[in-house]
Design a protein around this ligand. Structure first.
Ligand code: NAD
Length: 487
């Protein structure tokens, strides 16, 4: 059984219940973790609060070296980490190798950014004065992580939080805690006790008490809109710093000039990576009516060539979904669309040849419109719904007709179309001809109901720093504008 990691030690905690962690490809139990309690949350909070007193005073150079050391240890354990990620999350090995690269490089990136500066000097009002803007850590950062990128989304929060001088409590998803606990044991063990804590359990048992806890000033959360709204409503009266990365319903517009085979490959990659369980998965496709048939045929042919299977097998292009309720949601969206007149061109069912595992065939579906759930709500599975447009302006209107604003993609060789798209589409990331590629220095996050937080880049560090303005007069004589006014 894997345990909690609190104050530098592995512990069973105070509860008696456990959580089984399943392999979504086989539905077998991989391992068990303790189901944390409010008492465990309190212990993690105490450890992180105590550790903060010295961590915030630890020189940035020392913090940076510890973070580089963590990245180096991860590289030494790469094979095991990628294997665990593949088993507990389900996506194919190449996708987990990519996730792994992001994790190690994010630790290295923020190690350097953290020692680069901690504010700025302003021009002062008088020669005898100094005006400083100081960036300070908040204190204990609660980092709540979803299951779809268990380590990457942890690193995007924990690395900047540590670099800024905060201590952290990581609450991994109860579906995928094992890779995080492996890092705690093998790659984070050189940090002072309490600087990094990992608390297992379900949100309402362990995360909610910390969201409400007076000693937790910052909450960094990636997950669903509903959970984000719950956290925001709990934390609002205490004016906590909220960092919320929520859902998406990303549009992909294919322009008339695009090559159909290239479009088929770009669309499949954007919609089916991690079985469509990426917050920035393409969930709505808009094709020009004049060439829709050509584009659709090329897409269906490409999708039909993809191989479904366990992520651990080298021949697999797409693995299982994470669990049955997530698969049922996709099935529900497809069924509702079909009941309203949509047409499934390929997929739309569980594969016959795979008896176990939460598989769902990659699905292409046409004749959809914005009245259907599949074009309105986050589906979070391997479904590619296609709608046709008559003009590029209409395509932009359709792309913007959404409660979310996480990312948006365009395929075109026409720079004017690209310029209009990047200016007019309301989304935190715009991808032109290279869907779903991130950049360590480029802020990632959403607009509208996708939440306003930013991860990566300088913005990602600033999410974990408070701003203090220091106005310092060196002279100790009274000012002429002080009382009394009457001479
Ligand atoms: P989820 O909201 O169900 O759970 C996310 C985390 O929150 C888990 O650790 C869970 O235990 C915890 N949690 C659940 N209830 C809680 C509560 N009441 N208080 C505090 N914590 C609670 O989401 P999920 O199903 O794990 O992840 C999928 C969702 O994440 C999708 O909506 C997806 O779009 C989103 N996501 C967003 C981004 C982004 O960067 N915007 C990235 C990846 C995933």
């Amino acid at each position: 059984m894997a345990l909690h990691y609190i104050n530098g030690e592995f512990t069973k905690g105070s509860g008696t219940s456990t959580i089984d962690v399943l392999d979504p490809a086989s539905e077998k139990v991989l391992d068990t973790v303790p189901r944390g309690t409010g008492e465990d949350a309190e212990a993690a909070c105490k450890a992180a609060k105590t550790a903060f007193n010295s961590w915030k005073r630890t020189p940035a150079n020392v913090r940076a070296n510890l973070m580089h050391e963590a990245a180096a240890k991860m590289r030494a354990h790469k094979e095991k980490i990628v294997h665990l990620l593949t088993l507990e999350e389900g996506k194919p090995v190449p996708e987990n190798e990519e996730e792994f690269e992001w994790v190690t490089n994010t630790f290295d990136y923020y190690a350097e950014l953290g020692r680069h500066e901690r504010g700025r000097v302003l021009p002062s009002g008088e020669y005898s004065q100094l005006n400083l803007v100081i960036k300070e850590p908040f204190g204990v950062a609660l980092c709540i992580i979803p299951w779809n990128y268990p380590l990457l989304l942890m690193a995007w929060k924990v690395a900047p939080a540590l670099a800024a001088g905060n201590t952290v409590i990581i609450k991994p998803s109860e579906l995928t805690p094992l890779s995080t606990l492996y890092l705690a044991e093998h790659c984070f063990d050189h940090f002072p006790a309490g600087v990094i804590n990992v608390l297992n359990g379900v949100g309402k048992d362990v995360a909610e008490p910390l969201v409400l806890h007076p000693d937790v000033p910052v909450i960094a959360f990636t997950g669903s809109l509903a959970t984000g709204q719950r956290i925001a409503s709990l934390a609002a009266p205490m004016m906590k710093k909220l960092h919320l990365e929520l859902g998406g319903k990303d549009a992909f517009v294919i322009a008339e000039d695009a090559d159909p085979d290239l479009a088929a490959r770009a669309l499949s990659y954007a919609a089916l990576t991690n079985a469509g369980q990426v917050c920035t998965s393409t969930e709505r496709v808009y094709l020009p009516r004049s060439k829709a048939l050509q584009f659709t045929e090329a897409l269906v042919a490409h999708v039909n060539s993809l191989r479904l299977g366990p992520g651990i097998e080298a021949s697999t292009d797409m693995g299982p979904m994470i669990g049955s309720t997530y698969r049922e949601k996709v099935e529900g969206h497809v069924a509702e669309a079909v009941s309203k007149g949509a047409k499934v061109l390929t997929g739309g069912r569980r594969p016959q040849q795979l008896e176990r595992g939460y598989y769902y065939e990659p699905t292409v579906i046409t004749n959809v419109n914005h009245s259907m759930l599949i074009m309105r709500e986050e589906t979070f599975g391997p479904a590619i719904p296609i709608m046709e447009y008559d003009s590029f302006d209409q395509a932009i209107e359709l792309a913007n007709d959404c409660i979310y604003g996480l990312g948006a993609c365009l395929l075109t060789g026409d720079p004017m179309k690209a310029k209009i798209f990047l200016e007019e589409v309301k989304a935190g990331t715009i991808w032109i001809n290279d869907p779903l590629t991130d950049n360590y220095a480029g802020p990632f996050g959403g607009m509208k109901l996708s939440g306003g937080a930013r991860e990566l880049g300088q913005e990602g560090l600033d999410e974990f720093r408070e701003t203090k303005h220091v106005h310092w007069e060196f002279s100790t004589t009274p000012k002429s504008w002080w009382y009394p006014y009457g001479k």
